[in-house]
Design a protein around this ligand. Structure first.
Ligand code: TYM
Length: 333
């Protein structure tokens, strides 16, 4: 039995990439492990977000996680800002992590773009807060999509440097749990970019709350090429859009890309997209409907998140209090 921690930013609505790359794995890992799942609202503040929209989206994404199969009675589901231990440990990590380490983070480079002078300092120290999220629980397994692997390496570097600087074996090593085939779901409009909440085109992603018509339309319009489906996955290497749709099909059906091609080799994308639509609608529309039902009672969602936060704090408080003691801070009480 391992302690699992993972998080999702509650900006926008979780999409198919989040689901296949991370959430599906969170649900599976609940079995036999201690799952701690967090709506990282403090991380969401690193770029401007309208306050009321953040509150509302935090609730909707909480409902979505439950609709996807996170069981709030078994796992701990909560919003990050409700457990103050995260921010306290993040400050200590701001003082452990080196400027040069953060400067090498590719996600920061991508998000900051050319105008680095104008981005928030929160965006720069974002990975330190992420390390604090995990290490405040001494969690050892972190299910994420591939885009988070550099951040997890940094979290391990921070843990090691903390242990070294203070002469302790306090923070454990973290193992990323990245699922092969669906660790990187790409945009439906451009097979070289990952599917992302921040893409300006809603056509680029399938949101988990999209209805059957929206799913069908997005898959129909998804970019492809004129060639039929080949016989082997290796033949998709130079066809990023085709490879992405085959990967999505495989992940939704719970089969390998080889198996998808065995079933569909020689087919054009017209009929393949129809099959893919049927599969996506069958898998995703019950999640959308259940989310809607749960989101209709925001007071109940708040109660659920607060109960989760109390359980999370009971684990994180003593660990972070000990980290504070180790670095030389006087006890708060
Ligand atoms: P976020 O909110 O961007 O994404 C949540 C999870 O979804 C995965 N993901 C994808 N997987 C496959 N294909 C995609 N196109 C795709 N897009 C997103 C992400 O890898 C992630 O697992 N920094 C994190 C949130 C975070 C966190 C943490 C995660 C904060 N603290 C501690 C783990 C542990 C993030 O922005 O995820």
């Amino acid at each position: 039995m391992a302690r699992i921690f993972s998080g999702i930013q509650p900006t926008g609505i979780a999409h198919l990439g989040n689901y296949l790359g991370a959430i599906q794995n969170w649900v599976a890992l609940q079995e036999g492990n201690e799952g701690i799942y967090c709506l990282v609202d403090l991380h969401a503040l690193t770029v401007w977000v309208e306050p009321e929209a953040l509150r509302q989206q935090t609730r909707v994404n909480a409902a979505l996680l439950v609709a996807c199969g996170i069981d709030p009675a078994r796992s701990i589901l909560f919003h990050q800002s409700a457990v103050h231990a995260h921010a306290r440990l993040a400050w200590i990590f701001n003082c452990v992590a080196r400027f040069g380490w953060l400067n090498r983070m590719t996600q920061f480079k991508d998000k900051a773009g050319k105008d680095r002078e104008a981005v928030s300092t929160g965006l720069f120290v974002y990975p330190n807060l992420m390390a604090a999220d995990i290490l405040a629980y001494h969690a050892t397994e972190v299910p994420v999509g591939e885009d988070q692997s550099q951040h997890l390496e940094l979290a391990n570097d921070i843990a090691q440097k903390f242990n070294h600087d203070y002469g302790v074996e306090f923070f454990p090593a973290i193992t990323p749990r990245i699922i092969g085939g669906s660790a990187r779901i790409m945009s439906l409009r451009d097979g070289t970019r990952k599917m992302s909440k921040s893409d300006t085109s809603d056509q680029s992603r399938i949101n988990l709350t999209d209805d059957a018509d929206a799913i069908a339309q997005k898959i129909r319009r998804a970019r492809t090429d004129p060639e039929p489906l080949p016989e082997r996955p290796a033949q998709l290497d130079s066809r990023p859009e085709a490879r992405n749709l085959v990967g999505i099909y495989a992940a939704l059906a719970g089969i390998t890309a080889e198996e998808v091609l065995r079933q569909h080799a020689g087919s054009g994308f017209g009929p393949f997209k129809e099959r893919l639509t049927e599969l996506a609608v069958q898998k995703l529309t019950p999640i959308g409907a259940e989310t809607k039902r749960l989101a209709a009672d925001p007071a109940e969602i708040d109660r659920m998140l607060q109960a989760g936060a109390a359980r999370a704090a009971a684990i994180a408080e003593p660990i972070v209090a000990e980290a504070e003691r180790l670095v030389g801070l006087l006890p708060a009480r």
